[in-house]
Design a protein around this ligand. Structure first.
Ligand code: PHE
Ligand code: CO
Length: 303
């Protein structure tokens, strides 16, 4: 989804500009939506989806939060081929009142927030090329739909996404989008969740990536720290590689409650005076599940 690329742009400090200069492409509606044009996908594109789907669906059941697998089944995403957004929307609408709509690669931040606040998830319609099957920076329909949509069938997570959209519209006014974007990154995109004694995946950026689905849970390199709202909003993130730190929530209910019950306005004001934290920092107050060796990140930095 385009916000994901928005986050990437943000790290490159050009989001503000992007917001000003982004031109709505010809053929896009006022809300930037475009038709999915499902009938235009080639057999090879459907086959690539199936390949990616099977690879993830094969390894995820023990790793991902069960609500994700429930969503896949409820939305009938287990059928072959790139899903039809209208069909997905029909099922999602019954479950949680959400819809999936197609947009061009990048949309302005306020457009993205406005859609979320109205329970519409915006997704890219293009699929990666076969050469990009293991790595791509701009999210495609596989990331957006396989990664994000199943959890939108979960009522609590669905409410969190809507609350995030409303929060985004508000943060825009405070000039605090960078802080809020970190919350999205470390929850919606790269979040882990504790279930009993085990950690499970729920972030879309992890579950749509073969490599990171293993790395995020099994590798000794990254930190795994208890989720803390203000702390997360101070923490830089990696846009170019696997994360150096993952934050672990206790439950979707807890995430929703914390974010809804906190008035972010004073928090944004406070954060402006606090130092930002590097993506590998571990603080004395952190709840540590794993203190990472950062061996992976170090090895990659040398190359
Ligand atoms: N409570 C937040 C605010 O005061 C809104 C929000 C909710 C933001 C959930 C993100 C996620 O702005
Ligand atoms: Co995403």
């Amino acid at each position: 989804m385009s916000y994901h690329s928005g986050l990437i742009q943000q790290a490159a400090a050009v989001t503000i500009m992007a917001d000003v200069t982004l031109q709505r492409p010809e053929g896009a509606a006022e809300d930037w939506s475009i038709p999915q044009q499902w009938e235009r996908y080639s057999p090879a594109e459907h086959a690539l989806w199936d390949h990616l789907f099977e690879r993830q669906a094969g390894m995820l059941p023990e790793r991902v939060v069960p609500e994700f697998m429930d969503g896949l089944k409820l939305l009938r995403m287990t059928r072959p081929g790139i899903p039809h957004f209208d069909e997905l929307s029909e099922r999602l609408m019954k479950a949680t009142g959400w819809q999936v709509i197609a947009v061009p690669g990048l949309v302005p931040e306020h457009v993205f927030f406005e859609h979320l606040a109205n329970r519409r998830f915006v997704a890219g319609r293009f699929i990666r090329s076969p050469e990009q099957r293991d790595y791509l920076q701009e999210p495609d329909v596989f990331h957006d739909v396989f990664g994000h949509v199943p959890l939108l069938a979960n009522p609590v997570f669905a409410d969190y996404m809507q609350a995030y959209g409303r929060g985004g519209l508000r943060a825009h006014g405070f000039g605090s989008l960078t802080s809020l974007a970190r919350l999205y990154w470390y929850t919606v995109e790269f979040g882990l969740i504790r279930q009993g004694d085990a950690l499970k995946l729920y972030g879309a950026g992890i579950v749509s990536s073969y490599g990171e689905s293993v790395f995020a849970l099994d590798d000794s390199s990254p930190n795994r720290l208890g989720f803390d709202l203000a702390r997360v909003m101070r923490t830089h993130y990696r846009i170019d590689d696997f994360q150096q730190t993952y934050f672990v929530i206790d439950s979707f209910e807890d995430l929703l409650r914390q974010t809804i019950e906190t008035d972010f306005a004073p928090l944004y004001a406070r954060l402006r005076n606090e130092a930002e934290l590097s993506s590998d920092a571990v603080l004395p107050g952190d709840r540590i599940y794993t203190r990472g060796t950062q061996a992976y990140a170090r090895a990659r930095a040398i190359k």
